[in-house]
Design a protein around this ligand. Sequence first.
Ligand code: HEC
Ligand code: HEC
Ligand code: HEC
Ligand code: HEC
Ligand code: HEC
Length: 196
Amino acid sequence: MKTKRRVSLVSFGMTAAALVFFFVGSSATQQAGLSQTARTMVPGNPSEHPAPTQPIPYSHKKHLAFGLECKMCHTNPEPGKLMTFPETGRCMQCHATVAKDKPTIRKLANYAKSKQVIPWVRVYIVLPGVAWSHRPHLQAGVACETCHGQVREMEQMSEVTSVTTMYVCLNCHEMNHAKTACDTCHKSWSGGKFIG
Ligand code: HEC
Ligand code: HEC
Ligand code: HEC
Ligand code: HEC
Ligand code: HEC
């Protein structure tokens, strides 16, 4: 197994937010079976970031309060670039009985019955063509909350951090001695220019 790198905490001050982050962050890394906690705060998103209207009003806050773990719904299968979205069957493990008469859950049950994938509206999107993968980050012990914010507090998911910007990728790489050469993230970069 690869040695876990320690990701340094940005000088942020021990504000209440940082404290909350500390605990949430460490429990999330333990869930991933990591011995070494690695965290750094990705800056918030300065642009407006309204939550998109989702086909079903799923609340992370409500569901995570039951003690569900991220990996119940989001796994990182080979080759490791993407995290999955949960199969509707996952939701129906509870909702076959829980709140089954509510209109939102009827809609959920219809997706399940017709075996349709729920068309969740995407929140975080890296510019196509940029080499991005979750895998090396999870292996380095970066917690989900570092890049996606306080998911446990979110009634609706929105793009609360600037993790998809080049400045943020680079800044964190610099702080953690990860690679910063252009071709780390731009495979078409060679000899000082983009080669298409
Ligand atoms: C019971 C299932 C469930 C659990 C547990 C869960 N999620 Fe989710 N997650 C979803 C669903 C459904 C969506 C799509 C709807 C939405 O964006 O709210 C989603 C969307 C997301 C997104 C937005 C992805 C994008 O770019 O569109 C992120 C980030 C995320 N989850 C992170 C987490 C983290 C971190 C945890 C653990 C702290 C977690 N989730 C736990 C079901 C779950
Ligand atoms: C180093 C930052 C970082 C970490 C750590 C991270 N994510 Fe992400 N996540 C991203 C970025 C960037 C995207 C957008 C990727 C894209 O465009 O496909 C994303 C996208 C997603 C998506 C949408 C599907 C996809 O892969 O594009 C989900 C769901 C998600 N993340 C959940 C999680 C969960 C759960 C964890 C912890 C196990 C986690 N992420 C850890 C940065 C991160
Ligand atoms: C571990 C059990 C469990 C799982 C798994 C689960 N839920 Fe829930 N969900 C609940 C409970 C409990 C409530 C609260 C019911 C209430 O308030 O009456 C709830 C509430 C909801 C509500 C609000 C219902 C309303 O209109 O008041 C929605 C929508 C919802 N869940 C969608 C989902 C989706 C989508 C998934 C899968 C991604 C999912 N749930 C997975 C247990 C679960
Ligand atoms: C919170 C800190 C953090 C953020 C934000 C971050 N990274 Fe990373 N990244 C790392 C760390 C740590 C590694 C692992 C370094 C190692 O194992 O050598 C890594 C590794 C990688 C690798 C693998 C490099 C290699 O070949 O070894 C790629 C590609 C990458 N990151 C791209 C991105 C992109 C693109 C973004 C922005 C969308 C991003 N990263 C955001 C910390 C971060
Ligand atoms: C750690 C990952 C990372 C590294 C290293 C990196 N970039 Fe980027 N770059 C990104 C991301 C992510 C975007 C998309 C930003 C956005 O959508 O706002 C981007 C966007 C760009 C763009 C504009 C979009 C395009 O593709 O047309 C240029 C030009 C660019 N980068 C050049 C460079 C150069 C030159 C270097 C080396 C000095 C470099 N990048 C190093 C992640 C990286």
